[in-house]
Design a protein around this ligand. Structure first.
Ligand SMILES: *Cc1c(COP(=O)(O)O)cnc(C)c1O
Length: 397
């Protein structure tokens, strides 16, 4: 029996649905509805522009940053929320390059999420200084950290397979080579314990609509190591990262600490919802979430493998080497996932052949796992997936 039963009641899981896609978009916390309403009807409506002060809108990016910081081992005042993750990746890489002038390589791996690679590549091209984005196999990262590397940019948990990088070891290796370490925590924050301070990561970024349940379009976060942040020149030097935004100086001066990584006006309504969503993590230890997540994912693997011979585990078998998701390969994985969704079991598909299932102990139970494994086995045994409507690709997979 999960020890998070009471947390499940905090979420709206539609009747008949088994939701195993919180790694892509977390479900709606029930309180989000009322919070969205009150932010509109009790703040924006009556307060108008005075809400920036009266309702504390201007401070939301810092306050939410601290709430997330608690989940990722970041000290108070070192994390700020805003923009989207792609933007935060750009800021991170730009800052890292300036901290290591003369070095020309940004090192990443081919298990990274494409947007991170696209953003880095786009930035390097704009700079036009001969930088190179070097993309290697995940297993080859350590061997490629040389004194030519300005920054190592990795996503800790592979979005397709759930493979986990050893944050501490790679960060150490990166520092030994004199480079800057950037971690993307998109599939880590709220999913497993992260200790940014202990592993001395230089910069970390992540999003809040996956395991943190902030809702579609919820903003991202960025962390910079406190002893480094005052050396960081923000490449996206927007007015709200200025030391004194309301002085309206013509020249840019970065704000103190992490506030300089703010850019422009925060999405207040979305942040209000995120604030409420984070309540689900109050008084919860990430180590307990991790324990239960491993139990659920081990159960899923053993039930699927016992009942379904035609799928192949695409995730590491060692639970410690895996994030909070399990992936199986199936040659018609897209169609099989559509057939599962038609039965009310929601996971997702990642090209070319990966069916992905996320496990979130805050709301997933052992019954969810059994239902999903049973449905998958039946769909594959009976060929239920082999229908035109399941094969037809939708825009969002
Ligand atoms: C989900 C995800 C993104 C998405 O970026 P957005 O700008 O929020 O759309 C980027 N990087 C990684 C590693 C992700 O997992």
């Amino acid at each position: 029996m999960s020890s998070f039963k009471s947390r499940r009641d905090m979420f709206h899981i539609p009747e008949g649905i088994t939701y195993l896609d919180g790694n892509s978009l977390g479900p709606m916390p029930k309180a989000a509805e009322e919070r969205a309403r009150s932010a509109i009807a009790e703040e924006w409506g009556p307060m108008l522009i005075t809400g920036w002060n009266k309702a504390g809108w201007m401070n939301l990016p810092a306050r939410l940053g601290d709430r997330i910081g608690r989940l990722i081992g970041a000290p108070e005042g070192s994390t700020v929320v805003g923009d989207t993750l792609s933007i935060k990746v750009y800021q991170a890489v730009a800052s890292a390059l300036e901290l290591r002038p003369g070095r020309k390589i940004v090192l990443s791996d081919n298990g990274n999420f494409p947007s991170d690679l696209y953003m880095a590549d786009g930035l390097l091209k704009s700079l036009g200084q001969g930088h190179e984005l070097k993309v290697v196999d995940p297993e080859a990262v350590a061997a490629n950290i040389t004194d030519q590397v300005a920054a190592v940019m990795l996503t800790q948990v592979d979005y397709r397979t759930g493979r986990v990088h050893d944050m501490k070891a790679i960060t150490e290796k990166t520092h030994d080579a004199g480079a800057i370490m950037i971690w993307d925590l998109a599939h880590s924050a709220g999913a497993l314990p992260v200790d940014l301070a202990a592993c001395k990561a230089d910069i970390a970024v992540g999003c809040t609509y996956k395991y943190l349940n902030g809702g579609p379009g919820a903003p991202a976060f960025i962390y910079v190591r406190p002893d480094l942040v005052d050396q960081v020149r923000p490449a996206l030097s927007g007015w709200l990262g200025h030391a004194a935004p309301f002085a309206f100086d013509l020249d840019y001066r970065p704000g103190d600490g992490i506030s300089r990584m703010r850019v422009g006006t925060p999405p207040v309504l979305q942040m209000a919802v995120l604030d409420t969503a984070l309540d689900a993590f109050d008084d919860v230890e990430m180590t307990d979430i991790r324990k239960q997540s491993i139990r659920l994912s081990e159960q899923f693997i053993s039930e699927v493998e016992a009942s379904c011979k035609d799928v192949e585990l695409a995730s590491p078998r060692d639970p410690e080497a895996r994030g909070s998701q399990v992936s199986f390969r199936f040659h018609e994985g897209y169609a099989a996932m559509q057939a599962l969704i038609a039965r009310g079991v929601i996971g997702d598909f990642r090209a070319p052949d990966i069916m992905r299932f996320g496990f979130c102990p805050l709301y997933n139970t052992e019954e969810d796992v059994s239902r999903a494994a049973g449905a998958l086995a039946e769909i594959i045994a009976t060929g239920e997936w082999d229908k035109p409507e399941f094969r037809a690709r939708k825009a969002v997979t």
